[in-house]
Write a protein that binds this ligand. Structure first.
Ligand code: FPP
Length: 250
């Protein structure tokens, strides 16, 4: 079906309030074309643009993109360096467009451990888009969910140790408040491209009730119409949150 036709079928009053994406398949896509892996990452930037624009146009308030995992440091040095440069370049280039479209940039992950140039570009982007309120684009960088949960536990333990917090006061809300996603709604829809059927240490706490959508499309080929297909699939599902069907339709 054509892009516009798909878009017109989306129920705007039933949009996911937060979409998270595991952008996967850049390397395999490049290999298919006989090109180096970095070619895939470069082309993946256009997909980032398309998905961000499509979410903003529809009115999705939060979009989180898994751009670099803690495990990605294990890739060849040249690829890691190229990814970091691409991030710096893209953030710098896109700030104007983000501001024009009233989009706020945020980041989650162990940002302090990123190379200084990446950290600086990121902070510049965050600071210069801080007053935008149409949509929040969250980049997960040097992110891993187990790292996030561990550091949240450490933060709360310190507060208990200092007497500022009673152990009994720690409930799901307090715990969620110590995560890097504090203040953001949990994702309602997770999309993973490239046919892999895994969560890969992404938002393990936040994905508890998230609808999962897997597509074989490689990330550099992911376009607005693919996002519309994922949202339409989401809207066809019945979300029960552990209850029964009759309770939901009431
Ligand atoms: C996964 O494909 C992709 C990444 C690890 C990086 C994603 C980065 C970008 C799209 C570039 C810029 C992003 C932003 C937000 C500006 P892969 O390399 O794991 O592919 P493979 O599984 O086929 O090897």
């Amino acid at each position: 079906m054509r892009e516009q036709e798909l878009k017109s079928q989306i129920k705007l009053d039933k949009l996911p309030q937060h979409i998270a994406v595991i952008m996967d398949g850049n390397g395999r896509w490049a290999k298919q074309q006989g090109k180096p892996r970095v070619f895939g990452h470069r082309n993946g930037v256009e997909s980032v643009r398309q998905v961000t624009e499509a979410c903003a146009e529809l009115g999705v308030p939060y979009l989180t993109l898994y751009a670099f995992s803690t495990e990605n440091w294990g890739r060849p040095r040249t690829e890691v360096d190229a990814l970091m440069s691409l991030l710096v370049e893209t953030i710098k280039q896109e700030i104007e467009t983000l501001n024009k479209n009233n989009i706020r940039l945020q980041a989650i992950g162990d940002l302090k451990a990123l190379p200084p140039s990446t950290c600086e570009a990121l902070q510049f982007g965050i600071d210069n888009t801080a007053n935008n309120d149409r949509m929040t684009l969250v980049l997960a960088l040097n992110y891993s969910a187990r790292w996030e949960i561990t550091q949240a536990a450490r933060t709360l333990a310190r507060q208990v140790h200092s007497g500022a917090l009673e152990p009994e006061a720690i409930d799901e809300q307090v715990f969620a408040g110590a995560l890097t996603t504090a203040g953001m709604p949990d994702p309602e829809l997770l999309i993973r491209t490239s046919g892999e059927l895994r969560i890969s240490n992404f938002l393990l706490w936040q994905l508890a009730y998230t609808e999962l959508y897997f597509t074989k499309v490689f990330w550099p080929e992911f376009r607005k119409k693919h996002l519309y297909e994922a949202i339409l699939d989401f809207q066809r599902r019945e979300r029960r949150f552990g209850k029964i069907s009759e309770q939901i339709s009431q």
